[in-house]
Design a protein around this ligand. Structure first.
Ligand code: BTN
Length: 250
């Protein structure tokens, strides 16, 4: 295990409703060591973004939460999204090599080709305008090779490479990929995060279909702004900035 602090302190749970819930509760009990990792063999009520659930068969995938104390302005919270999505993306790339292209579907889904391999749920605790604690939940499909009909968009490392992976070793490697990206944020190297996040955005510079307020339209994804809003360029040249709940990728 080659990380300095992420994952050095671990809580391993056989079953829990959600590792994010557990980590948030743990954070209320006092100051928890920076980088503490909570991982579960099974989640009974895993949570995803937009109030969705996160389904993952026991012992086949990575379901974990990392507790960090970033002391970051709330205005800069999108940097946590950049840090974690780049770390997870690079972890996946390391394992699948040239099998397929790995990209970040804004804001923080990790895609291999047109399928989702990992999802991230970041929940912040603020004091005033400062993020004092962040709970970073990561669900990454590893050895699961069948997904229900409602998850037709899902893929896993096993489906991509045909190999079976050791979950504990995967967790170690994941920590080792996230930590250097987090240290870039802590050492004021935001520009590196901006450039790298931009470069690997799913659909970057491509004309594709979107949906907003019930209307379908074609647009080119040009990047994100300082607040992390998605920037689209419509066919008539007009620009559009969208927040997370406001736009759908078709
Ligand atoms: C999403 O893509 O909607 C985000 C999914 C995040 C799932 C992970 S699994 C570990 C952690 N605990 C949870 O309840 N959710 C996150």
């Amino acid at each position: 295990m080659n990380s300095l602090f992420i994952g050095q302190n671990r809580v391993e749970l056989a079953v829990v409703n959600s590792t994010n819930n557990y980590a948030l509760e743990l954070s209320k009990t006092g100051r928890i060591a920076d980088g503490t990792l909570v991982w579960a063999h099974e989640q009974t009520a895993g949570r995803g973004q937009r109030g969705n659930g996160w389904q993952s068969l026991p012992d086949l995938n990575i379901t974990l939460s990392i507790i960090l104390h970033p002391e970051l302005d709330a205005d800069s919270q999108f940097y946590l999204t950049k840090v974690v999505s780049l770390g997870v993306k690079e972890f996946v790339e390391d394992l699948i090599g040239n099998c397929a292209e790995v990209r970040i579907k804004w804001p923080n889904d990790i895609y291999v080709g047109d399928k989702k391999i990992a999802g991230i749920l970041i929940e912040n605790i603020l004091r005033g305008e400062q993020i004092t604690t962040t709970v970073i939940g990561i669900g990454l499909n590893v050895n699961q090779h069948e997904f229900g009909a409602e998850l037709k968009n899902a893929t896993s490392l096993k489906l991509i490479t045909g190999k079976t992976y050791d979950i504990k070793a995967g967790i170690d490697a994941l920590c080792e990929h996230i930590e250097p990206r987090y240290l870039q944020l802590k050492t004021h190297k935001r520009n590196l995060l901006d450039v790298d996040y931009h470069k690997c955005l799913y659909r970057l510079d491509k004309l594709c279909e979107y949906e907003k307020d019930g209307t379908r339209f074609k647009a080119t994804l040009t990047g994100v702004n300082g607040q992390g809003k998605l920037l689209l360029k419509l066919e008539n040249g007009e620009g559009l900035s969208c927040d997370f709940k406001g736009v759908g990728f078709l």
